[in-house]
Design a protein around this ligand. Structure first.
Ligand code: GLN
Length: 547
């Protein structure tokens, strides 16, 4: 049966709880254990699928088609364990489950209360698949003291009581602010945060303290004394130049040892960290640099394209180069010539997105990349824009566009080269959707197979003609334009197994121009860079040598 590690946060948000959890997961794996990471989010949205990327960062999609918080991306990147639907839940989902059961009469007319009905729902969720792994790491979103978080804190308190002693531990992440004027590291906010936790019945076993510098012994002892933890369970988490150093840095600070001590696992198996040492070595000792432009819409918030940025870093790891990303707002090209903005980049990436705004700019970016032979990777909307560019400027379909934009505008202006997908095949059954379904849950989501053309560039890159990648979209390139576009030179080198849905396009006579309908970035890891990103960065490296 799994041991449980509950990870909570205090003092301020954005301390990197997700990253700390992910790095701890990686360290436990390095010691030979199996792990699963889970995120419990207190917000009331039923899932993050409809939350604005401006506000919440990217939506991370799992193989089984869940739209989740971007922290699940961190979990996967550090542990390689594919997240599932059952690894992410919000208050909204919990309440909606409880209310659904109430409507069905499952509670037999009882009064429905936060305790026990909501807390039981949370506890059932935490326990899913507990027999499958050695350690289950559950991160509670938000900060201790938040009203929305209370049922979660209560649920994990009860959960640890329900389990045999020693099967659950609590790790609390806080901030030690540095007061410049007095030259002091302050422990008081952490003390208060722990006091808050204790008032709701939770006593942390481990404190992870974000601080700008190392924690002096005196402060460490003070924290241990006032917060009732062992001095060696006070772990300093200093800012790192690369997140991928986190497993090594936490190990050096004794985090994994403290966790195993808290579970009284002795002797602890020694960790094998060579994989992480190699990753850090490649990141910190690059042999060159490349400059990649990401031409997108949500460029003010880098988290909106989190997995893409990480996958590019992984591509850099594969090629021992540092990838410098510059965010270019696609809307600029609505007004201005892209050339001066895109000159000097060794590669161009157009990411996914929704809505018409900025799309003409993305089309121009694709055109620029095609005409100037700059490596281009178009992801989802970025692929659709590349196809529209090809249709308009090479295949002579002057009014080519996407139905998405016509739907949005409420008028028919374009020839729908990209059209709304109303039904598709998932495994052995057919899925049907109407456009006026609820906004949430009307997309083609999760892992789907694709068949690649023998001898195509992508088949070479993947080293296979059968692939499986994750999707999140409503619109598709219409296969009826295939012949016309292929005559123009745009090869449809990846298709759904039934041949109806274009999955990959590539310009056969371009050094590197690939558009994919899926999201390869979601499956890339630092220790296993995604082949498309590895090869895209290789192509960028080649371009950098030419200029
Ligand atoms: N908006 C496009 C669609 O729904 C692309 C989506 C995406 O880029 N993820 O098909």
């Amino acid at each position: 049966m799994a041991r449980f590690i509950f990870i909570t946060g205090g003092v301020v948000s954005s301390l990197g709880k997700g990253l700390a959890s992910a790095a701890l997961g990686a360290l436990l794996q390095a010691r030979g254990y199996s792990v699963r990471l889970r995120k419990l989010d207190p917000y009331l949205n039923v899932d993050p699928g409809t939350m604005s990327p401006f506000e919440h960062g990217e939506v991370f999609v799992t193989d089984d088609g869940a739209e989740t918080d971007l922290d699940l991306g961190h979990y996967e990147r550090f542990t390689g364990v594919a997240a599932r639907k059952t690894d992410s839940i919000s208050s909204g989902r919990i309440y909606s489950n409880v209310l659904e059961k109430e409507r069905r009469g499952d509670y037999l007319g009882k009064t429905i209360q936060v305790i026990p009905h909501v807390t039981d729902e949370i506890k059932d969720f935490i326990a899913i698949g507990e027999d499958e792994v050695d350690f289950m790491l559950c991160e509670i979103g938000g900060t201790v003291g938040d009203i929305e978080g209370l049922p979660f804190f209560e649920a994990i308190r009860q959960f640890s009581q329900d389990k045999p002693r020693g099967q659950c531990i609590f790790m609390h992440l806080t901030l030690l602010p540095w007061i410049k004027a007095s030259g002091e590291l302050k422990t008081k906010p952490t003390q208060h945060s722990v006091k808050e936790l204790r008032s709701i019945g939770l006593a942390p076993d481990i404190l992870v303290c974000r601080s700008e510098g190392p924690i002096p012994q005196k402060e460490r002892e003070k924290l241990a004394l006032f917060c009732n933890v062992r001095p060696d369970a006070v772990i300093a988490a200093q800012d790192l130049k690369s997140i991928y150093e986190a497993p090594l840095a936490y190990h050096a600070e004794g985090l994994d040892q403290a966790v195993l001590d808290a579970f009284q696992i002795t002797p602890a198996p020694r960790p094998a960290l060579d994989m992480w040492e190699d990753v850090a070595d490649r990141i910190y000792n690059p042999e060159g640099q490349v400059k990649v432009a990401i031409v997108g819409k949500y460029t003010q918030l880098e988290d909106a394209y989190k997995s893409i940025a990480e996958a590019l870093t992984h591509g850099g790891i594969a090629n021992r180069v540092k990838v410098n990303i510059e965010w270019v707002d696609a809307e600029i090209f609505d007004r201005e010539d892209p050339a001066p903005h895109l000159e000097g980049f060794h590669a161009i990436l157009v990411p996914g997105g929704f809505g018409e705004r900025g799309t003409e700019g993305k089309i121009k970016a694709a055109q620029y990349a095609r005409e100037h032979e700059v490596p281009y990777l178009g992801i989802c909307l970025g692929m659709q824009m590349a196809v529209i560019e090809a249709a308009r400027n090479v295949a002579g379909i002057a009014r080519a566009g996407s139905e998405e934009f016509d739907h949005e505008a409420g008028e028919k202006r374009f020839e729908p080269v990209v059209y709304h997908l109303k039904e598709w095949v998932q495994g052995s059954h057919r899925v049907e959707r109407k456009l006026d379904d609820d906004k949430g849950g009307t997309m083609r989501l999760g892992a789907y197979d694709a068949t690649l053309t023998e001898g195509s560039r992508v088949a070479g890159i993947y080293g296979s003609t059968q692939i499986e990648e994750r999707h999140r979209h409503r619109y598709e390139v219409d296969v009826k334009y295939r012949e016309k576009l292929e005559e123009a030179g745009l090869c449809f080198s990846g298709m759904s197994p039934d041949g109806r849905l274009p999955e990959i396009v590539e310009w056969s006579d371009h050094p590197w121009f690939i558009g994919v309908q899926f999201h390869p970035e979601l499956k890339s890891k630092p220790f296993e860079p995604h082949p498309l990103f590895a090869d895209f960065v290789r192509a960028a490296k080649e371009t950098s040598r030419l200029v």
